[in-house]
Design a protein. Structure first.
Length: 451
């Protein structure tokens, strides 16, 4: 506790860091306030059906990412997810289309161009999603919940559709702008921080709801609640180990003399992450697992319903087994498209580095590829275990809202972003050489999940 107090004192001494933290908190308050601003024309007191619909399934996941804005019919209802979807598309295009590959190699100018294209694609995605959200909103709410603008007063007018679509598009762009401002003037990683705030905003409600439900039980309800908290702590520690886990490859740099100065001749370590894919395999696998639910919803075929029944049960064996296998496969896939052993080998060779006992060039690339394949297997298995832990929590009697924090996308994002934010703050303190952090010399940077 004493060291923690000193850390806060050191933060207060660094004027720039203090301003960045306060700026970030201000942006977060704006975001949270906006999540409660309801779309004009919608009665906020009649959203019970929408809130029930968004309590589970795909809509529950979207509602969690938006911090409850989806179920509140907020101007931020679609949140930052369209931007995330656009970023994933652009990242995948960068592996297949030469134009995007060229932009990735152009440095800062290429990065700005990619960001601009991502913003345009975000607008396109929101333009398609917004009418779908409004249609679902109209179907879930009673007629009197939406102020009628049409002459017959039986359905929302064209003006309501157009204005609400524009508002939802503007809301997503504004959230995206808030995230960029946190990155530029705050403590960094604005988009990831926006997602984390949306998720963590649901935690107090889920925790309080679980506490009340256990309190009302007879015969050891509170003991069971304390046991849930202990298990949650162990799961968080396990997730931290997965996020931070690396395999360090020794790299020797050859000596070279330029003029009167000597360069190289030192040994460093190349860290390869056990979970280089981050949270993306879970997102891809979850998107595929929602397809049977969609097919059942739009089909009256009894055979299709029977076939898909096993895959619409979130607590069932086949759903979680298939989910687990997909995560393992997507972990290998995403790691393969984001990490290029050949490029790593070329960079080492250009900088005069080599792995002891391995020839530079092709053999180094093959060696790195072998090591990466070996460490990806346990990483993918652990990631799959974390992904299906909420199902085990629900089977153990934990409420659906609280069970989400026992694993899956939400826990990985929370742990990764929190560790990365702490790393940003520590870097400021380390640069100023304050005793509260640097005296022991054991503070190390923590890698993020790279959402």
């Amino acid at each position: 506790m004493k060291k923690l107090i000193e850390i806060f004192r050191n933060i207060n001494k660094i004027e720039e860091l203090k301003k960045r933290i306060l700026y970030t908190l201000g942006i977060i308050l704006v975001y949270r306030f906006g999540s409660y601003v309801v779309i004009p024309g919608v009665d906020p007191s009649m959203l019970s059906n929408l809130q029930n619909q968004a309590s589970s399934g795909l809509l529950g996941l979207l509602n969690m990412f938006s911090g409850g804005a989806f179920s509140n019919a907020s101007v931020f209802a679609l949140g930052i997810m369209p931007y995330i979807s656009a970023s994933i598309v652009i990242q995948l295009l960068g592996m297949a289309i030469p134009y995007f590959q060229r932009l990735q190699r152009e440095g800062e100018s290429g990065r700005r161009k990619i960001n601009q294209i991502t913003r345009y694609l975000t607008v396109v995605i929101v333009a398609f999603q917004a009418p779908g959200y409004i249609a679902n909103l109209v179907s879930q709410l009673p007629p009197e919940a939406i102020t009628p603008f049409s002459p017959n007063h039986t359905s929302p007018s064209v003006f309501f559709w157009i204005s609400s679509t524009i508002i939802l598009i503007a809301g997503t762009l504004f959230v995206m702008w808030l995230g960029e401002k946190i990155t530029d003037k705050g403590i960094g990683n604005g988009i990831s921080l926006i997602i984390m705030i949306g998720i963590i905003a649901r935690l107090p409600f889920a925790l309080f709801g679980e506490f009340i439900s256990r309190l009302e039980e007879q015969g050891g309800g509170m003991v069971y609640f304390l046991l849930e908290l202990v298990v949650l702590v162990f799961v968080i520690l396990f997730t931290i180990l997965l996020v931070q886990g690396t395999r360090k490859i020794p790299v020797q740099y050859a000596k070279r003399i330029v003029g009167n100065k000597q360069y190289g001749g030192v040994r460093q370590y190349l860290p390869l992450k056990v979970n280089a894919a981050g949270v993306m395999p879970i997102i891809f696998a979850q998107a595929i697992m929602f397809l049977p639910i969609t097919l059942v919803g739009f089909s009256n075929s009894d055979s299709l319903s029977g076939f898909a029944a096993a895959f619409t049960n979130y607590n069932g064996f086949w759903y979680n087994f298939t989910f687990f296998i997909l995560i393992v496969l997507f972990t290998y896939f995403y790691t393969a498209i984001t990490i290029n052993p050949k490029q790593m080998a070329e960079d080492l060779k250009k900088n005069g580095g080599f792995i002891p006992g391995v020839k530079p060039g092709k053999q180094t690339a093959e060696y790195l590829d072998t090591i990466l394949s070996r460490i990806t297997l346990p990483g993918s298995i652990f990631l799959g275990i974390i992904a299906i832990l909420p199902a085990f929590a629900r089977l153990a009697g934990v409420s659906s809202a609280f069970a989400r924090f026992f694993g899956g996308t939400s826990l990985l994002i929370l742990v990764g972003v929190v560790l990365d934010t702490l790393q940003q703050i520590e870097s400021y303190l380390l640069m100023r050489h304050y005793d509260g952090l640097t005296k022991s010399g054991r503070i190390k940077g923590r890698p993020s999940i790279g959402f």
